[in-house]
Design a protein around this ligand. Structure first.
Ligand SMILES: [Zn+2]
Ligand SMILES: [Zn+2]
Ligand SMILES: [Zn+2]
Length: 433
């Protein structure tokens, strides 16, 4: 697998990864388990800490009362990585440290137990950048607080991060601040098949991937296993890129986010040509501004799971000012997506389908290459159509979804096999009509 990509120095970008051979769209380039990972704090009760499956009922670690598992098999498999963490968690009950602190601690324990062979890695932790010199004072202060938290958290198992611990770590990782900076700059968000965030993980070799606003590769996860796939045909020696951020946003917003979060200025082709900005801002500004200005409040409702209030505001705005704004407008699209979310949570399927179907032609315009976000949206709408017995439509939508996820997720991914099953169900139901 590793022969398909190699490390190189990318002009103006520092380290990078490139293809060693010609690669076809949809091809799996790399698949890896994390060096260390952990479930997001807000999902500790809903997701197995070993396999990252979401389950209604999970068994709880009787000692730290924080880690949860599908069953004893998952718990046993998790123990070697959890043993030391468990003591640390117990020492802070009822507090749970932030995700990056827990991830940094897990990384230390993984390095100490030496269970993970880092010899295959193209890029070692030692070489990972902490970007500390580029950071604002404010951000550095935030990291210092995390570093103090890390020391407090580790007191039980690695007092002061001293002696035995530090000598086993690479020199640049011995200092808590630099370690926490490396972890926050290089960790990946682990998502489930529906692209919901479930945790964070470190995949050292893939930290070499540079960003592009229209990337030639995407990453999807199966449990904690990361899979890197090509979404364009790639020539030998061509650089491999992913997008670090949501690509469905304005050039100005993408650039700001990349500068603030990743400390570089994107000069990719999409940024230079500002390609979709005009389309995203289509319509009368005085009209769509009303939608744009309402979004922060709606985001609050969403964060608070206040679906009734969210749907009320969205449907009011979309049926009044929204009518005069083209569907392609980015703010209208975001609002329509939020309305869809709210309807699904409230079980209002007919309405959900109405909003969902409105987004599909727009997604098609904004995702010229296969993209997981587009595939998952199609699956979502297809399931609504199927449930509401619009079987012809459902089959058609599922087919479109398959044309995307076969490239982004691959044919063996649970999302894809589930989709194929749904398509089969549709065909059987149509035969019976
Ligand atoms: Zn499990
Ligand atoms: Zn425990
Ligand atoms: Zn860019």
């Amino acid at each position: 697998m590793a022969q398909m990509l190699e490390r190189f120095v990318s002009p103006g970008k520092g380290n990078g990864l490139r293809a060693t051979v010609g690669i076809r769209r949809g091809q799996l380039l790399y698949s890896a388990e994390p060096l260390a990972c952990c479930v997001s704090n807000r999902l500790t009760k809903d997701v197995c800490h070993r396999c990252f499956s979401r389950r209604e009922t999970l068994m709880r670690c009787s000692q730290c009362k924080t880690a949860r598992y599908c069953n004893t098999t998952c718990q046993k498999q998790a123990w070697s990585a959890h043993k030391r963490e468990c003591k640390c968690l117990q020492s802070l009950i009822p507090r749970i440290p932030t995700d990056s602190v827990r991830l940094a601690a897990r990384l230390i324990f993984a390095l100490l137990s030496q269970s993970t062979g880092s010899s295959e890695e193209l890029y070692t932790l030692e070489e990972h950048e902490s970007h500390l010199s580029l950071m604002s004072e404010k951000r550095k202060q935030g990291l210092s607080q995390l570093a103090s938290m890390l020391e407090l958290y580790l007191q039980q198992e690695a007092p002061g991060l001293a002696q035995e611990v530090t000598s086993a770590l690479p020199p640049s990782c011995q200092e808590p601040l630099s370690l926490i900076a490396k972890v926050t700059c290089n960790c990946f968000t682990i998502c489930d098949g529906e692209l919901q965030e479930i945790g964070v993980g470190l995949y050292p070799s893939l930290s070499l991937l540079n960003h592009e606003c229209r990337p030639n590769c995407v990453m999807v996860f199966e449990g904690t296993n990361l899979q890197l796939r090509a979404v364009q045909d790639i020539k030998p020696k061509e650089e491999l890129t992913i997008s670090y951020i949501e690509t469905l946003s304005l050039t100005e917003d993408r650039q700001r986010q990349l500068e603030e979060q990743y400390l570089f200025t994107c000069r990719c082709q999409r940024c230079n040509s500002k390609d979709t900005d005009g389309l995203m801002l289509s319509g009368e500004e005085t009209t769509w501004r009303l939608l744009k200005d309402a979004l922060p409040k709606l985001e609050e409702h969403k964060a608070e799971f206040n679906w009734e209030a969210l749907l009320k505001s969205c449907s009011h705005l979309l049926s009044t000012v929204g009518v005069d704004v083209p569907d392609e407008n980015l703010y209208k699209l975001r609002m329509t997506d939020m309305a869809l979310d709210a309807c699904v949570h409230l079980g209002r399927w007919e309405e959900a389908l109405g909003y969902g179907e409105k987004t599909l032609p727009v997604y098609r315009q904004y995702f010229p290459d296969p993209h997981p976000v587009h595939g998952v949206q199609l699956v979502r709408v297809g399931k609504l159509q199927h449930y509401l017995e619009h079987i012809d439509d459902a089959l058609d939508t599922f087919k479109q979804a398959f044309q995307i996820v076969k490239f982004t997720h691959g044919e063996g991914h649970p999302l894809t096999t589930d989709l194929l099953m749904k398509m089969e169900e549709c065909r059987t139901e149509l035969d019976q009509l």
